[in-house]
Structures are given as C-alpha cells and as structure tokens.
Design a protein around this ligand. Structure first.
Ligand code: ASP
Ligand code: MG
Length: 411
C-alpha cells in the first residue's frame, strides 16, 4: 500500500466526462489498496475567465480581492471531483486550501506555502476516504485567501506530498511526460523516461512549461518523488524526476550528455552603450532596475577598450518599456552614450547533467548554430546548462538543429 498524491491539471477536469474519467483512474488506484489524495486545478480556461472578469470591474485588480474570486475555480472542481468519486461508490471528501489549512505568506497572487496542517487529511485517509484538495490556493495567518501564482496547483500537489511524506506525487497533464523539447516545434522530440531534478529545474526556469518551477524547487527541497503523466492514457509510465546519486559514477556515465532543449520568447534585451568602465557601474545601472522590482536574467559586460564599456542584460518582455524609462532617467548620471531595447529575441538553452563530464559541448552548440548562420547575441552558462540569446525569427530553426546535433531523437 502506498500513499499517492495525484494532481490533475485544467484539461483533465475540463468537462464532466473528463472528471468522470479522472474518478475512474483514482478508483483503479484505490482498488490496488493505495491511499489517494487528489489535487485539482480549475477547469481549463476558467482561471483566465475569472481574471478577465475582474479586469472588467477593476483594470488593475486589487490582489486580495482577485485571490478571493480566482480561487473559486478550484472550489468548483473539488466538489465535482468528490461527487464523481462518490458516484463510483468511493468515499470522498473535498477541501479548499483554507479548510485544509495550507498556510501561506500574504503575498497575494504569488503566495508561498509556509506549512500544511495535514492531520485532518490523514484522518480522512485512514477512514478510507479519497481526499480531494483545491490546488493553487491557501490562506494566510490572518485568514485571507491567497493564491500561489499561475500553474500553482503543481506546487500544491508537491507540497502536500512532502507534508504527507507520500510515496509518489503524480502530475497528470495533457502531455504524457517531459520531452526532449516541445514536440510542436520538433516532431521527433522524445519523451524522457527519467530526468534529474536539477535538469528539470533548469528546463522549467529556461522556459519549459510542463511544471511550475516552484513545484520543482519544492520537490528538490523535500526529495519528493515526482512523476509527470498523461491523463488521457490508461497506463503510460510518464517521466520520473530523479535525484542524482553523486556516489554512483556508473549511472552518471549512462546519462545522455544533453537531456533537453528549452526555449522562450518572453525576454527582451536592454543595451546600455558607452558607459565609463569604472567600479560601481553595474550597480548604478541595475540598482534602479532592481528597485523597480524588475527581474533581470542574463547579464553581460564587455571588456572596456577606450575607457568605456557596453552593458547588456535581459528582462521579461512586459518589463522592457518600464526598464528603458528608468534607465533613460539615469542615463546622464551614469554617463551612457546610448540606451536601446530589443524585444525581438529568443533564448534557447541546452540542459544536461552529462555536460559535467564532457568537454566541447559549448563549441558543438556554437558550431551547430554557426552552420545555420544564426548569430549568437548573448551566452550564459551553468554547470549543466548553456543558454544563448538569438534573433527571435531563428528560434525554431535553432531548436531543431540542436535537437538533431545532440541526437536527442534517438533513445
Ligand atoms: N488554475 C490555476 C491556473 O490556471 C492554477 C493551475 O492550474 O495550476 O494558473
Ligand atoms: Mg499547469
């Protein structure tokens, strides 16, 4: 007997039929003697609908009130899911985040989970119930309803699995696992049987949308065994997120060098040209940007030649105009010759723990892009990732040729 947390995304609860389907799957697991906690998202499209509704009343919705209303999406699906389970003759009970007491901080619309009171769930499980919990939501210390950010139901699932010390957290979604890259861009993309937690973290942060990044961080911190599966297949094995065993050199050698390729078009590049090359300049440029709560991703500073240097960094596309406005104000003060923005860029990253034990991966990546005439504008690396910024119009081409060059289509 195992304790399993199963999280179902919006498409898996998108209609009564799909909810009935979900219930049948839960019933099969229950029949094997497992204890099951189900975490559900809102029906697909519902959270967007609710946010848009709020904006019709208040263009910049008050965060506390927005949380109160968007949390209703999941309140609908927990009730429906519990009913569907009952219709199959199972005992089921649903809870909102605040009923469980998934306690979060008070950062409305992007709250972080602080702790979970799991006693009630445990008692219900022991009494033979399937427990159904609303994803994406919690409650702060003062009883205010909070939400965890878009895609937050993944984090609810993983956090519950951690709190309950579940044997496995299964994330059911509309794809049957984690792929070498997005199959919509590369039809030859292949499902990975397993991927390390660190790789998953890099892929999620570089733009892969399979799992909310915070859920991956949570899984890493609490060593939750996590599996991504399709809710439309009877018995796929999905992709298991594993923890690397640094002692086990043999298993490392079997690792493919590159596990996946991520990409995103969400960033914009900002260039601060001809600034004096002197101590404090990076701080003078990025300080005001950080003060405005704008996240900066990649940063490069050129070698100074004639006493001046160029400074380039990337921000989210939505923040470009704001960042340029801030820099224009300080331009005279920092002595920059010119400030420019470009949002027609894309970031493409190759990720793999195998990079640690192989040299020449970066040069292979750069050669592959060069052969296609794709210019690299920025580069950043970590131990298990190489990311490049290129012209947006070459993004899909870059992903395809890299997928081929690193032989990712082959098992
Ligand atoms: N319903 C929320 C969203 O659409 C949370 C989730 O689905 O994970 O972002
Ligand atoms: Mg999701």
């Amino acid at each position: 007997m195992a304790l399993i947390v199963q999280k179902y995304g919006g498409t898996s609860v998108g209609s009564p039929d799909r909810i009935k389907n979900l219930a049948r799957r839960v019933a099969r697991f229950k029949a094997l003697g497992h204890q099951i906690v189900v975490v559900v998202s809102a029906m697909s499209g519902e959270t967007n609908r609710l946010i848009n509704l709020a904006k019709e009343i208040m263009p910049e919705p008050d965060p506390r009130e927005l949380d109160v209303m968007v949390a209703t999406g999941e309140q609908v699906t927990i009730g429906l899911t519990a009913m569907a389970l009952m219709e199959l003759g199972l005992k089921a009970k649903s809870y909102t985040g605040s009923q469980v007491r998934i306690v979060t901080d008070n950062a409305h619309t992007k709250a972080r989970i602080l702790r979970i009171d799991e006693d009630r769930i445990r008692a219900d499980l022991d009494a033979g119930n399937v427990v159904v919990v609303a994803g994406f939501q919690g409650v702060d210390e003062n009883g205010n309803i909070t939400t965890l950010g878009r895609g937050g139901s993944d984090t609810t699932g993983v956090a519950l699995a951690a709190a309950l010390k579940a044997d496995e957290c299964q994330i059911y979604t509309d794809v049957d696992g984690v792929y070498t890259t997005d199959p919509r861009v590369v039809p030859e993309a292949r499902r990975l049987k397993s991927i390390t937690f660190e790789e998953m973290l890099e892929l999620a942060s570089q733009g892969s949308k399979v799992l909310q990044i915070r859920s991956v961080e949570f899984a890493g911190k609490y060593k939750v065994k996590l599996r991504v599966l399709s809710s439309f297949e009877e018995d796929g094995e999905g992709t298991l997120i594993t923890f690397e065993d640094p002692e086990n050199k043999d298993s490392n050698m079997e690792q493919p060098i590159i596990s996946g390729i991520a990409f995103n078009r969400d960033e914009a590049k900002i260039m601060v040209l001809g600034v004096p090359d002197k101590p404090g300049i990076a701080y003078q440029i990025l300080g005001p940007v950080a003060d405005a709560k704008i996240d900066v991703d990649m940063i490069i500073q050129n070698m100074g030649a004639d006493g001046t240097t160029d400074f380039t960094f990337t921000v989210h596309k939505n923040d470009m105009t704001k960042a340029l406005g801030i820099l224009n104000q300080v331009q005279a003060h920092i002595g920059a010759r010119e400030i420019r923005g470009d949002d027609k860029i894309a970031k493409v990253s190759i990720v793999g723990v195998g990079m640690r034990s192989h040299v020449g991966i970066a040069s292979q990546m750069f050669r592959t892009l060069a052969e296609e005439g794709i210019n690299i504008q920025m580069i950043s690396t970590s131990e298990i990732k190489i990311a490049v910024v290129i012209d947006e119009k070459y993004m899909e081409l870059a992903v395809r040729v890299l997928h081929k060059a690193f032989e990712l289509e082959e098992a």
